[in-house]
Design a protein around this ligand. Structure first.
Ligand code: SF4
Length: 87
């Protein structure tokens, strides 16, 4: 059972690469549009565009750091036990 959910509001990503630098096992940069992608996540789409990526996790690992270093705050972490948005 997952304890956390990572959300990536992908349209707002400016492709700075910080998340992929601090948590490369989870974040990769897309060669298609230069934005980052959350590896293994569920994609929520509108038409062909990914509007959100979601990944449930037991352990945050480096994703808290990835969320903290995102300059446009498009990475969010939700505690699934309390429903609280941590960032
Ligand atoms: S740190 Fe934020 S803006 Fe930079 S690539 Fe990752 S999600 Fe996009």
């Amino acid at each position: 059972m997952a304890d956390f959910k990572i959300e990536h509001d992908r349209p707002g990503c400016i492709g700075c690469g910080a998340c992929a630098a601090v948590a490369p096992e989870f974040w990769i940069m897309s060669s298609a549009d230069g934005k980052s992608d959350l590896v293994g996540s569920k994609h929520i789409k509108e038409g062909d565009a990914i509007v959100k990526e979601e990944l449930e996790m037991v352990d945050l690992k480096n994703n808290r750091e990835a969320a903290d270093c995102c300059p446009v705050n498009v990475i969010h972490i939700i505690d699934l036990k309390t429903g609280q948005k941590l960032i």
